[in-house]
Design a protein around this ligand. Sequence first.
Ligand code: KG4
Ligand code: ZN
Length: 353
Amino acid sequence: MRILSIETSCDETAIALLEVSGPLGNPEVKILGNSLHSQVKLHEEFGGVFPMLAKREHMKNLPILLQKTLLEAGEDEEKPRLDCIAVTTGPGLEPALWTGITFAKELSEKWEKPIMPVNHMEGHIFSVLPGLKTDQELTLPALALLISGGHTELVEISDFHTFNVIGKTLDDAAGEAFDKVARMIGVPYPGGPRVSALAEKNRLEKPDPAFLLPRPMLHSQNLNFSFSGLKTAVLYKIRDEKRDDEAFKEDLARAFEDSVTDVLVAKTREALDERPETKTLIVAGGVAANTNIRNHLGNLIETFPDLTLLFPPQDLTTDNAVMIGIAGYIRAITRPELLSGTEALQAMGNLSL
Ligand code: KG4
Ligand code: ZN
């Protein structure tokens, strides 16, 4: 199946043309064309994503990225060979989502091809598929730990179209907490990778952390998360210590990252303990790029010998159109009734799995 996929839910504009075939647990994914434009630099000065600016940028970039993708795939812009158009309809920033949807509708009418609406979080879940070796397979039931700028959730996956959110953040998402802490210690947006680099440097230089920060919700008796208290703890630490030197920033970054990691690992362990039938643990979303979190989840998995741990390839961790195309393929196979004309499509900022 040939799919043109479009992603505009946040600050990345992305279009890909894929040819996907074979079993859902390990499909063959040929990336015929793939273009992405990140607005990170633009949003840096606002310290976060500014929705109307994101919208304007998406509108400007979509036609350019389409041209690039089709050129790379050797396809004609007037009538490319494809079966459907997959587009992210939520969750995300509504003005940004609408740009992708409107663009998909125009193409659908011009090329007379149906549209498959895709949930962005399903995209993150299935972003692990291109990383599988030929003899591997995504075996179900699975548990997904989704950690991104907008979401932190634990999801039970019983088959390829049934998702059950069993735990989620009550306030900030893990990535959002990284970005806010980054701002507090004066490193630019998006802070995740930069805070993580400071923490790693500190671990190399010091065997033990200078101080600890709280581990929110660790004993909450449920699978929910909360990171806003941890963020406040960082703020108080800065206020009380009255320091802004590099060594202090590194200590702080490490203590913060250790807390986030501990909570993510503990909740994942709890969810796995309660679900001994689980065969695969998927960890996806932008924060899944984090080395410390990856390493600790790797250690966790050693205590579950029958479980396979899957991460996306590094270039598919943050938002991209390849994962949207793959999720579109899985939807087209499992729920073909969702393939639609253009009428019913709409942006759903708070869409859940
Ligand atoms: O999945 P994503 O690209 O966008 C959303 O759907 O939200 O995730 C972006 C988030 C940002 O908050 C960014 O700071 C965080 O992922 N991030 C990281 C790392 N790389 C990206 N957080 C911690 N460590 C990293 N290495
Ligand atoms: Zn995302």
